[in-house]
Design a protein around this ligand. Structure first.
Ligand code: LUZ
Ligand code: MOS
Length: 749
């Protein structure tokens, strides 16, 4: 990022959706949520609400001109409730008024008559009653049944992981602006502009070509705006269309926490078998995913869970089954890691248990079972360019595992009321959307006659620095200075059919598309330079704003070259499309090569528990991470550090509690605890693997967004090790988050 960009942002001049002005006649919308988790809507009376000052309209399902359906993968989610209520927080009606306050006052005046029914909240109960989003899926490798009798050690158990609130700083928001002839422009805080475009068109009953969706940037997303920005954009669009005025809908924090989906809670059963030397022979796991009341992305998330059932480990015989269970909670959705963290937690729990049974350090079992080059993964892909062992061994030596163990031993011997523990957490994360067709991206590049450059792609900037990476790749390809390039907003009229900026692939896919477009323009410019200089194009190069021959300046500079191209009537614009090569997956056999490559790494986590107060501290997280040849080491370091803290929050602090009626109790930041400067580890050290360019992505780089999140899982097992130091022999819980409250209960029971 350029210095002035940082200052611009630091001065608070960055505009988010709710900051945007300049819409003449702007109205404000607010959403009436279902008060019950399950029930029937018997009557809705908005007559009093409509008479309040400033109120322009109260809209319901009956006002939808197209389809009342926002489902992306499955068509199972109405935009506004139509008779049945499936979760507390489900949008029932939309009030539109001159001010946001008046809109919310209108909601309070809507009279609802509801018949409340017993909600289904537990995924196992849902599975037992056949309440599934889709049929279960199983990934299998080898033959687990044949392997059990060969095992010297078998452990089994249950593991639970809770949900997680995204807590993006910018809440869900959209502005819809009607244009002439039923066209509509939607400015949305979405990771998926084309997804919003498709659903808005469906809801309004118009072709997608009449709906333009534009995204400037997001104030964080973490997956929470991959699918779930859509409803709010569609509601704003519905009102704008009905009232022929611009309409803004921006959720308040509490509305956002109550009404939007979070990371999926999982409940899982595992069985792990090892030989006498501690090599894994068989692993069987069943995942019960709490999907909530609609499919959303749950089936894709469950698929990524199955892909990551074996994490970083070689498992010759594996059977992983996943149930996506329909319950009466707000539909759970994408969140950094997309189902993989849930899978990795279960396997670490199994390994922890096995290590205890065998009297070994978990790290010994982890090391013995790491993946190696050419190993077959449970989905049939052969592991290539494995850096699993390299990362693990470097973490052990660079961070001196032996010394850390000694520190823990000495501390625990000297302290009766406070104990330390440590854990290693290896990660192997597959890069590519598991839905193969999503692995494509487009770019549109214009070079203007003054030499400045406009770059549009399908990537959405959400604070992850994708624009900076694209800018760097495009500038390098063109041979001009980064400062000449402007990375534009993401707009469906400039780049169509965009995949969501997700799966850590934003820079990989869109950077490549931008690179391809820039290569075309560069080739044309070289022809112009060749004609002008009388030198064959093959002997010329453009670098740092100058045309070079054999490394020497020819005297022709960037601006002059661009001007010459224009005068020669050469096209200074290019559109390009990139599709990740070589990937495929067959859902009938559950086999294929779904991932372009994998990201590897290992973290060493140290934690301390104050046994008297039940206060847990994660003291240090040190990781060796494979970032490839990083395009932006500072950005990648930020991604790794943020991911680690977010992962620790998931397994130690962040606890979603619901009433037995299915209402979220932890809907404020006073009751839902997130990592802060006090709870974050005092030490976070991320070392990038050296000399590790990635042949499969942009300029040797690697995707970085999601994988570091999973280092945080190590905090859970470091805390278990500390608990073990207090009470040898007592069964340990595998139920994240391991909150201070749970720690105190375990110690005092
Ligand atoms: N979204 C998606 C994702 O549609 N497919 C994926 O595989 C994925 N992975 C991570 C995050 N979002
Ligand atoms: Mo666009 S959103 O009209 O470039």
């Amino acid at each position: 990022m350029k210095q002035n960009d940082i200052f611009f942002h630091g001065r608070g001049e960055t505009l988010y959706v709710d900051d945007l002005g300049g819409f003449a006649g702007l109205l404000h919308a607010a959403v009436l949520p279902s008060p019950v988790a399950r029930g029937r809507l018997l009557r809705l009376d908005a007559s009093a609400a409509r008479r309040l000052p400033g109120v322009v309209a109260v809209l319901t399902a009956a006002d939808i001109p197209g389809e009342n359906q926002i489902g992306g993968i499955l068509l199972d989610e109405p935009l506004l409730a139509d008779g049945e209520l499936h979760f507390a927080g489900q949008p029932v009606a939309l009030a539109v008024a001159e001010t946001p306050r008046q809109a919310r006052q209108a909601l309070a005046a809507v009279r609802l008559e509801v018949e409340e029914l017993e909600p289904l909240l537990d995924p196992r109960q849902a599975a037992a009653r056949g309440s599934l989003i889709a049929p279960p899926r199983t990934f299998a490798l080898g033959d687990v049944e044949a392997a059990w009798p060969l095992c010297a050690h078998v452990v089994s158990g249950r593991a639970e992981t809770g949900g997680q609130e995204h807590l993006y700083l910018e809440t869900q928001a959209a502005v819809a602006v009607p244009g002439e002839k039923d066209t509509l422009r939607v400015i949305s805080a979405t990771q998926s502009p084309s997804g919003v475009q498709r659903i808005v068109a469906r809801v309004l009953g118009v072709p997608m070509s009449q709906v333009a969706v534009e995204v400037y940037r997001l104030g964080g997303a973490f997956g929470g705006k991959e699918d779930q920005a859509t409803a709010w954009a569609a509601l704003a669009a519905l009102a704008a269309r009905a009232l022929r005025r611009p309409v803004k809908l921006a959720l308040e924090r509490r509305e956002d926490m109550r009404c939007t989906g979070k990371r999926h809670p999982y409940s899982s059963d595992f069985r792990l078998g090892l030989d006498a030397e501690g090599r894994i022979l068989a692993y069987e796991v069943t995942f019960y995913q709490n999907a909530g009341a609609a499919a959303d992305l749950s089936t894709a998330i469950l698929e990524r869970t199955l892909f990551h059932a074996g994490n970083s480990y070689r498992i010759p015989n594996l059977r992983a089954t996943g149930y996506s269970c329909r319950t009466n909670l707000p539909p759970f959705t994408a969140f950094r890691g997309f189902g993989a963290p849930q899978a990795m937690f279960v396997l670490e729990a199994a390994l922890f248990l096995a290590a205890e049974k065998m009297g070994l350090e978990p790290a010994e079992l982890q090391r013995r079972n790491l993946l190696h080059e050419g190993d077959e993964l449970p989905y049939g892909q052969k592991l290539a360019n494995s850096r699993a062992a390299r990362c693990f061994d470097q973490a052990v030596s660079a961070f001196d595992l032996e010394a850390a163990r000694e520190r823990v031993r000495a501390y625990n011997a000297a302290n009766a009321l406070s104990k330390k523990g440590l854990a290693l957490m290896p990660v192997c994360f597959g890069i590519s959307f598991t839905s193969t067709h999503l692995n494509q991206a487009g770019a549109l590049v214009h070079v203007y006659t003054d030499g400045s450059v406009s770059v549009s792609t399908g990537a959405v900037e959400m604070g992850q620095g994708v624009n900076g990476k694209i800018q760097l790749a495009a500038a390098r390809t063109l041979g001009t200075a980064s400062r000449r390039l402007r990375i534009e907003s993401t707009c469906t009229q400039r780049v169509a059919n965009t995949s969501p900026t997700a799966a850590s692939t934003g820079a990989d896919l869109n950077g490549r598309a931008a690179e391809l477009a820039c290569r075309e323009i560069r080739a044309r410019l070289l022809q112009v330079a060749a004609a002008r200089l009388g030198i064959p194009a093959g002997e010329l190069d453009i670098r740092a704003d100058a045309v070079l021959r054999a490394g020497q300046k020819t005297g022709l500079g960037w601006e002059e070259l661009v001007q010459a191209a224009y005068m020669a009537r050469v096209n200074l614009s290019a559109q390009a499309h990139y599709a990740t090569p070589g990937i495929r997956f067959d859902r009938a056999s559950e086999k294929g090569e779904p991932f372009a490559y994998h990201v590897f790494g290992t973290a060493l986590v140290e934690a301390t528990i104050d046994g008297l107060r039940g206060v847990a501290d994660v003291d240090a997280v040190r990781a060796v991470h494979d970032a490839g040849a990083s395009l932006s080491p500072l950005v990648d370091r930020g991604q790794a550090e943020g991911g680690i803290v977010q992962g620790i929050g998931w397994v130690t602090l962040e606890e979603l509690l619901y009433s037995d009626k299915g209402k979220l109790l932890t809907d404020t930041l006073s009751t839902y605890k997130v990592p802060d400067i006090r709870t974050a580890p005092a030490t976070i050290e991320v070392r990038f693997l050296k000399d590790a360019p990635n042949p499969a992505a942009l300029l040797g780089s690697k995707a970085v967004g999601e994988p570091p999140f999973m280092y945080g899982i190590g905090a859970y097992f470091a805390l278990l090790a500390a608990l073990r130091a207090f009470r040898p022999g007592k069964p340990l819980p595998f139920s994240a988050p391991l909150t201070n409250e749970k720690i105190l209960a375990w110690l005092s029971e």
